[in-house]
Design a protein around this ligand. Structure first.
Ligand SMILES: [Zn+2]
Length: 296
């Protein structure tokens, strides 16, 4: 996707512009940007995505906070008399690291609508933290596996576990992402599976962060056999609000705007034109109380 501005095209999580913006480091957004020498992005995003590109700027654009994960930004594009905002993935409620999206005003909004259904209104983050704490304290002699995306969500879960005094075991891939968080001032206590420290921690009941694909009862059963210890598994994802997972528990923690956040984001933006690049925004638009949009 790209937008025209002052005679050039600006690529949005795409390499199809004369200059290109990468909103954040999740792999579904970095496609095509790996070969570029320069991109509009943060150093955090470039390091998390392990890109060769250098961070650049353009006088018609400005990056503003997107929440979501370390380094994530929205792009403000001003030119030809129009102010456009591209949100990338965003979250308006503060995460455990304090990341949260700015609420800009604009003429044209290009936004995600991952949770564009009224069924997706997330519980308060404190409630989910308490649920995780209770699961830890009620299973002191079991291994507990937390299935989540290895970039972003994993670091949030590690931080939550750290607040309960637990340093979880993580894969090398998750550990690499954690190292970038630490470089930018966000310490995360964890041990790496296969290291001496990891072996020591896993000789007793432990917590571990596993990829979503491993958060299944059959995998927990294999771990139970290997460690000769009861092993339970959970997923940590906003989709847990409605999808059933083959796990012992599920925590609805999301780093995306939920349905109400999407509606509010549009209302306060004052945008007259709205495009969605991810998910179906039709129910969000129906819920918006903004005459300018309703009449357009
Ligand atoms: Zn994302």
């Amino acid at each position: 996707m790209h937008v025209p501005c002052n005679g050039i095209n600006i690529g949005l999580d795409s390499s199809h512009g004369e200059i290109n913006f990468l909103s954040h480091a999740h792999s579904d957004h970095t496609n095509g940007l790996r070969r570029l020498e320069q991109i509009i992005s943060t150093n955090e995003t470039i390091e998390l995505a392990a890109l060769k590109a250098k961070s650049t700027t353009h006088p018609s654009t400005k990056m503003i906070d997107a929440g979501h994960i370390l380094g994530a930004r929205q792009l403000v594009i001003e030119g030809d008399g129009v102010k456009t905002i591209y949100t990338g993935d965003f979250c308006t409620k503060p995460t455990i690291f304090g990341f949260k999206a700015d609420l800009p005003q604009c003429d044209h909004l290009i936004m995600e609508a991952t949770y564009g259904d009224p069924a997706y209104v997330m519980p308060p983050i404190e409630e989910v933290h308490d649920q995780i704490g209770k699961w830890l304290s009620s299973n002191p002699s079991s291994n507990l596996l937390f299935g989540c995306y290895e970039l972003g969500k994993a670091q949030e879960v590690i931080k939550i576990l750290n607040e309960f005094g637990v340093a979880p075991a993580v894969t090398e891939k998750t550990d690499r992402f954690c190292s970038v968080y630490e470089k930018y001032g966000l310490p995360l206590e964890r041990v790496v599976v296969g290291s001496d420290e990891g072996e020591e921690v896993m000789s007793r009941p432990f917590a571990a962060i596993v990829p979503m694909s491993k958060a299944k009862r059959y995998f927990a059963a294999r771990m139970a056999e290997a460690f000769q210890r009861k092993t339970l598994c959970a997923v940590v994802t906003g989709w847990a609000l409605h999808y059933r997972f083959n796990t012992d528990n599920a925590f609805a923690l999301s780093d995306h705007a939920d349905f109400n956040d999407l509606v509010y984001f549009i209302e306060q933006s004052g945008a007259k034109k709205i495009d969605f690049f991810c998910g179906d925004g039709s129910k969000v638009l129906k819920a918006v109380k903004n005459e300018a949009i309703l009449n357009s």
